[in-house]
Design a protein around this ligand. Structure first.
Ligand SMILES: [Fe+2]
Ligand SMILES: [Fe+2]
Length: 474
């Protein structure tokens, strides 16, 4: 990455100082961002010292510097991956033409909408998670939560920068809008459904970072292919941060599974709840919930929007260069759409199925994580296995939104679904039980909540029982 300039009020590697107008606009946005952070960021920990990763130095590895910092003093900045020389558009009707460094007039509205939709999810997740610190299972986990929160704040900066630098007055208004909507607010909700669900317990948090943040990863992968080069470069750098969020979700659930397995090893038929653990069927229900709401984030299976994003070179497939045909004009995609009380095979023109193609890549990636959790169970000699439900299950968007299925994807009646709902999705009793395990935070560095096992390693060579978050001065 090119040099990071840190002596500016806004750290950046885009030579912000050379564009006074843009610099001024962003410096006006900065206090409003901080106001939002203080109001909607992690509740009760703004004065704590947190051992965080920040971009602070100019050498190429310097963006990953670790130190104690109070979250409102975090150095949120603007970092773009370096431009690839002679990059050309990798897909669609403009395949092979040079990428755009300025917004093409005819795609201005569409690009702005894509950026605003992505940008809106970043502050939304911080808002959803703002109360979690009060029930943390350890200081290690508390620190990881805050690392994700400040990085989602930086992702918001990344999108606000694009809006300010390329979309003029309406861009500035949209950047303000990103700070005024609120997750779950009836009057000013966040744009996408899953980002209006509160995330108030740590099992949900780990499921969120595994399933919902992973949707983010795939959206970023698709945008990293964009013919609009500033968007591609911004999202490429965001992906390096996103990897940590995936890590927190995947290892968080692995540690819960490991702890539950430990409790079960004494006796497989033992009631794990009696021992203060989270039983595997309850975890499966949370998995069903967060997986299905995250599948919705990819949009409808058959989508003319997705087709035109692809045709115009605005949003590609994840790792576009791994596909043989970058125009995708001839091929079709087989789907099973509900109709007349059954699922009927259907061929959809490939471009119209791009949401589904991206969802396929996501499903595969999720399966890898599930396999790892099952590996833990297998090694512990436990026969239970987690399963991703069918992608038709519990959907609110797309062609399966109006039908009811069981987790295997078989059509059922609404009555049957209602009767079985609590066996497939977290019941209110399950939710109260999970919350009952998390009524108090654990702030002693040497302690870990009973329902989760400790991580194998600490952060950046520090021990697991390091004081990752502390009160007062550093
Ligand atoms: Fe993000
Ligand atoms: Fe994320």
């Amino acid at each position: 990455m090119s040099d990071v300039i840190n002596d500016d009020r806004i750290p950046n590697n885009v030579n912000l100082a050379s564009d006074k107008k843009l610099q001024r606009a962003l410096m006006q946005w900065q206090p409003r961002f901080l106001e939002w952070w203080r109001e909607m960021g992690p509740d009760g920990f703004q004065e704590h010292q947190v051992f965080l990763r920040t971009a602070i130095s100019v050498d190429h590895e310097g963006w990953a510097h670790f130190d104690y910092v109070k979250m409102p003093d975090y150095r949120w900045g603007i970092f773009l991956a370096d431009p690839l020389p002679n990059r050309t558009i990798g897909f669609g009707d403009n395949f092979g033409k040079p990428v755009w460094t300025e917004v093409p007039g005819e795609h201005r509205n569409t690009l702005r909408r894509l950026i605003v939709t992505q940008g809106d999810t970043e502050p939304a997740s911080v808002e959803q998670q703002r109360a979690l610190g009060h029930s943390c299972p350890s200081l290690y986990d508390l620190r990881n939560l805050f690392q994700i929160n400040v990085e989602e704040g930086r992702h918001l900066w990344a999108m606000a920068y694009l809006l300010h630098s390329h979309f003029g007055r309406d861009g500035r208004e949209e950047a303000d809008g990103l700070l005024t909507r609120r997750s779950g607010d009836v009057d000013r909700p966040r744009i996408l459904g899953a980002f209006n669900e509160p995330c108030t317990d740590w099992l949900s948090f780990f499921m969120f970072t595994f399933f919902t943040d992973r949707d983010g990863k795939f959206q970023l992968l698709a945008l990293a292919e964009s013919g609009f080069d500033p968007l591609a470069r911004t999202t490429r750098f965001m992906l390096t941060e996103e990897a940590h969020h995936m890590f927190v979700g995947e290892t968080g659930i692995t540690r819960i599974v490991r702890r539950t397995a430990e409790l079960m090893q004494r006796n497989e038929s033992e009631d794990v709840r009696r021992l203060g653990g989270i039983d595997l069927p309850t975890m499966q229900k949370y998995l069903n919930l967060w997986y299905s709401v995250s599948l919705d984030l990819f949009g409808g299976e058959i989508s003319s929007n997705a087709a035109s994003f692809f045709a115009d070179g605005l949003k590609g497939r994840a790792k576009e260069n791994t596909y043989p045909d970058h125009r995708a004009l001839e091929a079709s995609y087989p789907l099973e759409a509900p109709g007349g009380g059954e699922f009927v095979p259907q061929e959809v023109p490939l471009r119209n199925a791009m949401n589904e193609v991206l969802r396929d890549a996501y499903v595969q990636d999720c399966q890898r994580g599930v396999d790892k959790w099952n590996e833990v169970l297998k090694k512990a000699g436990i026969s239970y296995r987690f399963e991703l439900p069918s992608r038709r299950f519990h959907r609110r968007i797309g062609i399966y939104a109006d039908v009811f299925t069981d987790p295997k994807g078989n059509l059922i009646s609404r009555e049957t679904f209602d009767k079985q709902r609590d066996a497939w999705l977290p019941s209110s009793a399950d939710q109260s039980y999970v919350k009952s395990l998390m009524t108090k935070p654990i702030f002693a560095p040497t302690e870990m909540a009973n329902w989760i096992s400790p991580p194998p390693h600490g952060i950046k060579g520090r021990p697991v029982d390091f004081e990752y978050v502390r009160r007062g001065e550093a």
